[in-house]
Design a protein around this ligand. Structure first.
Ligand SMILES: [Zn+2]
Length: 488
């Protein structure tokens, strides 16, 4: 009997191993094979212009009273002066005074236009961090092969980089067949209501629909994705949604000498504890699953076998992804308890207590499903569940197609200009202004070819923001090539 069981087990293991090996062998590369393309760009000249654009303090403040318009107007003037051919050949519209929409009319009206976007505003320098900057944040210094300052990564790099690309093409007498829009918002960091939202509305009113949109969001990671030696150009196919929920409770109050078993604070704490213990379910799905389909075949054999056989190894992969905050955020709707308010005096029982929880919603979940989840988990009818700050709410974006022209053009252009990089789609865990174009365009991609090592991640919205001069020249090459590739 034992012999039979052992034999059966042995056969099962051999069978399983065979399936794993066959699936691994069939897990073939999804990278397009193209010849590297040389595009001539003078790295120093373009670096100087980006550096100069950084000197305009185009800051978006949460408190609108702090807004200063002059730096934005000065930046527009600088752009007009720096890109004369763009301003000679393209139609320019100013939207809400500080945002820009350019139209470069194509010769073939049967081709749907495409839109390249960016934003000119930057986040402020955090209080107390100024002294930690190697070079002052608005000095636009070029030192040690890098361009330093606010906006060098987010997002003047894209705005000025795209303009460089168009200016160079115009100098080469390039004539587009497909109409191209350039859209540059001025308030992305505070929601984009006066910039991209208004531009999107204007295009919509004109009945424009777009072949594809390219916005910021993801970049070329180097040494961030485990098991892949090459740099990985991540192209965001979708972004998470956003909802903030407030829980509140009203107790009886009274003196602290004769308290009930739970005060308002205790009851709400229990609810918070339950929500943190029971997040919404995790899943490898949509853009995150697609990322492994593209990156997996390029990994070392062991990891390749794992990603080729998610049917078997899914729990192991989930375990690994859950360990890091950055990867955990790509597989579930996250729960972040951010504000707690209650109590007035040490010997008085609190009457009111409230807590605010911010959720970032995975495609597939929704604002409605988050609310239902919260109610079910806290399971307490005395706690009121309401929305907080609804103006920022968004559902998760639709997921753009990897079979659409836009994705293919972006993918090809990356491989032509960054031949060592592999391309993989993925999910953006933050929000971008591209959501303002959802009704005009099915295929929105989020990518700027900034090369990022693990140690550079904290520079975004942080201290010592900078971009390497060589990298920036390649970014300008990329936009030129992207526009050329988008003409059929
Ligand atoms: Zn940005």
């Amino acid at each position: 009997m034992l012999k039979k069981v052992l034999m059966f087990l042995g056969l099962a293991i051999v069978g399983l191993l065979a399936i794993v090996l066959v699936k691994t062998a069939m897990f073939s590369s999804k990278q397009v094979q193209v010849k590297p393309v040389k595009v001539s760009v003078d790295a120093q000249t373009v670096a100087k212009r980006l550096a100069e654009s950084i000197r305009f303090r185009t800051i978006s403040f949460e408190d609108s009273k702090q807004f200063k318009g002059k730096p934005f107007l000065d930046l527009i003037q600088f752009i007009e002066k720096s890109f004369p051919l763009v301003h000679k050949h393209l139609k320019v519209e100013k939207i809400n005074k500080y945002s820009l929409l350019y139209t470069w009319k194509g010769s073939d009206p049967s081709l749907k236009p495409f839109l390249l976007m960016g934003h000119t505003d930057v986040v402020p320098v955090a209080t107390g961090t100024l002294k930690d900057w190697k070079h002052p944040p608005y000095s636009g210094k070029i030192v040690d092969g890098a361009i330093w300052g606010r906006g060098s990564l987010d997002d003047k790099v894209a705005v000025i980089g795209v303009l460089e690309g168009v200016e160079a093409l115009l100098a080469q007498k390039f004539k587009p067949k497909r109409t191209l829009y350039l859209a540059f918002g001025h308030d992305e960091e505070i929601g984009g209501n006066y910039g991209h939202k208004a531009i999107g509305a204007r295009l919509k009113k004109r009945g424009v629909t777009l072949e594809y949109v390219l916005d910021e969001g993801m970049l070329i990671t180097d040494g961030i994705l485990p098991g892949v030696k090459q740099p990985v150009a991540l192209v965001g196919l979708a972004e998470k949604g956003y909802v903030t929920i407030k829980l509140s409770i009203k107790g009886k109050g009274g003196h602290s000498s004769m308290p009930p078993k739970h005060t308002s604070i205790g009851l709400l704490s229990t609810a918070v504890h339950r929500l943190e213990r029971n997040p919404m379910p995790a899943r490898i799905h949509g853009p995150t699953a697609k990322m492994f389909e593209y990156a997996g075949p390029e990994m070392s054999f062991g990891l390749k076998a794992v990603f080729a056989n998610l049917w078997l190894f899914r729990p192991v992969v989930m375990g690994i992804l859950k360990k890091k905050k950055s990867t955990h955020a790509t597989i579930r709707t996250t729960t972040a308890v951010t504000m707690f308010n209650s109590g007035t005096k040490e010997n008085v029982l609190p009457v009111h207590a409230s807590v605010v929880i911010n959720f970032r919603i995975l495609p597939g979940d929704s604002i409605k499903s988050v609310v239902a989840h919260v109610k079910k988990v806290i399971n307490n009818d005395n706690i009121k569940v309401s929305y907080a700050n609804a103006k920022f709410f968004t559902e998760p974006s639709p997921v753009s197609s990897i079979d659409a022209k836009g994705f293919k053009v972006v993918q090809r252009s990356i491989r032509e200009i960054f031949p060592s990089a592999i391309v993989a789609p993925n999910l953006v865990v933050g929000g971008t202004d591209s959501r303002h174009y959802i009704s005009l365009c099915k295929n929105i991609y989020r990518f700027v070819p900034i090369k990022m090592k693990p140690s550079d991640v904290k520079r975004i919205h942080g201290t010592n923001e900078r971009i390497m001069v060589d990298n920036y020249a390649d970014i300008v090459r990329f936009y030129q090539q992207l526009i050329r590739n988008s003409q059929h």
